[in-house]
Write a protein that binds this ligand. Structure first.
Ligand SMILES: [Zn+2]
Length: 254
């Protein structure tokens, strides 16, 4: 993943990391034993944003009643698995701030904060897509069904090593994953500058200029037709817009 980030930073002017205005509230993940909800007060910095299915894990949210304890901080182990995974990933990427909708938006201000989702995902340095998880209790950094077979190879110099084969990785993950059935995810995909998708079998990198699969079996320019972050260019066809609306209509709102 670091390779994709560094390559994007070095080669892509439209999607490289930048310092951006922060969402109204965001979590500081520098200290894993005290994750604090902070008021950003118009400051700018780098941050990650989580795209996830809430599922049945709806107890760990910021409300009027829980705001004070969220601001005081919680231990990483208190959070649902998907949040823990996002916190760890953000921390290990050297980014200090993470935005999660159910923690950053308090129930009573959904109307105002919900309208800012375009900026939240558009300004994030990276959107972490928990694609393979249908419930926040399950997480997305889970053991994958990787090894299909192995071969012991010996070089001409006498050194030997194992080569592991993965049948599924030969075919890019094009199946519908749990998060792909959720309408909000389509919005988050279209608005984000760059996203890393944690699919069942592999990671997929999506930025404005590339879609790359962990297996290396796909590396194609991104179709700009679904880039809806600014005014649409004249060459965006009605067909592309219809395709976007049709896809949105087939997904669920929950
Ligand atoms: Zn890029």
């Amino acid at each position: 993943m670091r390779f994709w980030i560094e390559k994007c930073d070095e080669e892509h002017t439209d999607c490289k990391s930048t310092i951006s205005v922060l969402p109204s509230r965001i979590h500081d993940v520098q200290e894993l034993h005290t994750i604090k909800l902070c008021e950003s007060e118009g400051k700018s910095d780098q941050y990650t944003a989580l795209s996830n299915c809430w599922g049945s894990a709806k107890d760990f949210v910021t409300t009027k009643d829980t705001y004070a304890s969220m601001a005081k901080g919680f231990h990483i182990n208190q959070a649902p698995k998907t949040f823990r995974d996002a916190i760890l990933l953000t921390h290990r990427l050297g980014i200090h701030l993470l935005w999660i909708d159910s923690l950053g938006i308090i129930q009573f201000d959904w109307q105002l904060e919900g309208s800012r989702m375009a900026q939240v995902y558009g300004n994030a340095s990276l959107t972490i897509s928990a694609t393979n998880s249908d419930d926040d209790s399950k997480g997305f950094l889970n053991r994958r069904p990787l090894v299909y077979g192995s071969l012991k190879m010996k070089s001409t110099t006498g050194h030997s090593s194992m080569v592991y084969l993965n049948r599924k990785a030969l075919f890019p993950s094009c199946s519908i994953e749990p998060l792909d059935r959720r309408c909000w995810n389509l919005q988050e995909q279209c608005l984000s500058r760059r996203t890393v998708r944690f699919c069942e079998n592999e990671l997929v990198w999506i930025c404005k200029q590339h879609i790359e699969h962990e297996s290396g079996s796909s590396k194609i320019p991104r179709d700009s037709n679904w880039d809806i972050r600014g005014p649409m260019s004249d060459d965006i066809s009605t067909l592309s817009w219809e395709s976007l609306v049709e896809t949105y209509s087939q997904w669920t709102l929950s």
